[in-house]
Write a protein that binds this ligand. Structure first.
Ligand code: ADP
Ligand code: ADP
Length: 225
């Protein structure tokens, strides 16, 4: 895992300040959640870490390297979205192998890595299926496998479970937590679900109106059990 350091990061949309001089240090290998109501700036912050949004002020460093002006595809970061964003015309294996193919990795190596990633998300038998043949939870596991295939030091997730029903969501929370323990990389997770943040994270950054209001472990935030 790598550290992520945000210093006085600001993002404006016209006259509106969505992110207001936000500073935060994420430790290497940590599981941190951004928790807050809709509109508090969680996604915008994540998108700036990913490089899909550019700050109007301040700086972002990943692994000690300033990436403020580095485009997303050169940041070596995995990303999982709420809506999975799988390619419908590609098989599960092709979806997972996509980024390696883009990078010109040789076919046998892609096949090996796809198998490893499928096993990590416990979908070893599903490589030849198409996304629409799978359940929502399975599709999200495929999206996670696709995001970790190139061994990124950082994985970003934006409300990955909010399209799933309650029971599946709780299963997936534990699965993602176990995956974090196995991979040992830095996880940044966006959610508006307090329980989810408390169950999964090492630390929770509570956001409100473009600022981090509180930053603490689940036990320190809401009292040790
Ligand atoms: P969250 O993820 O916590 O729901 P967002 O980061 O999506 O919040 O949004 C933070 C604020 O910035 C919101 O008030 C939202 O309306 C505004 N915002 C986000 N993206 C844009 C955009 N492209 N144009 C204008 N305003 C935006
Ligand atoms: P073979 O038919 O020899 O298995 P493929 O080209 O079908 O070769 O697949 C080799 C690997 O390349 C697959 O595991 C898959 O991950 C990846 N792959 C194949 N086609 C695509 C594609 N269109 N987009 C992304 N990845 C692909």
């Amino acid at each position: 895992g790598e550290t992520i350091v945000l210093k006085n990061v600001t993002r404006r949309y016209g006259n509106f300040t969505a992110i207001d001089r936000l500073s935060l240090q994420v430790e290497a290998g940590e599981f941190i959640s951004f928790l807050g109501p809709s509109g508090s700036g969680k996604s915008t912050t994540l998108m700036m870490i990913a490089g899909f949004e550019t700050p109007d002020g301040g700086s972002i460093a990943i692994g000690g390297r300033d990436v403020t002006a580095v485009p997303p595809y050169r940041r070596n970061i995995g990303m999982v979205f709420q809506n999975y964003a799988l390619f419908p015309h590609l098989t599960v294996a092709e979806n997972i192998g996509f980024s390696l193919k883009q990078r010109g990795v040789a076919k046998p190596e892609i096949a090996t890595q796809v198998r490893r990633a499928l096993d990590l998300v416990r979908l070893g038998e599903y490589g030849t299926r198409y996304p629409q043949q799978l359940s929502g939870g399975q599709q999200q596991r495929i999206a996670i496998a696709r995001a970790i295939i190139f061994n990124p030091p950082v994985l970003l997730m934006d409300e990955p479970l909010s399209a799933l029903d309650k029971q599946l969501r709780e299963e997936m929370q534990l699965e993602i937590k176990h995956l974090h323990q196995r991979l040992g990389i830095t996880f940044v997770y966006v959610t508006h679900d307090q329980r989810e943040a408390l169950v999964m994270s090492d630390r929770v950054a509570v956001m409100d109106r473009g600022k981090v209001e509180q930053l603490a472990s689940p036990a320190d935030l809401y009292g040790a059990p």
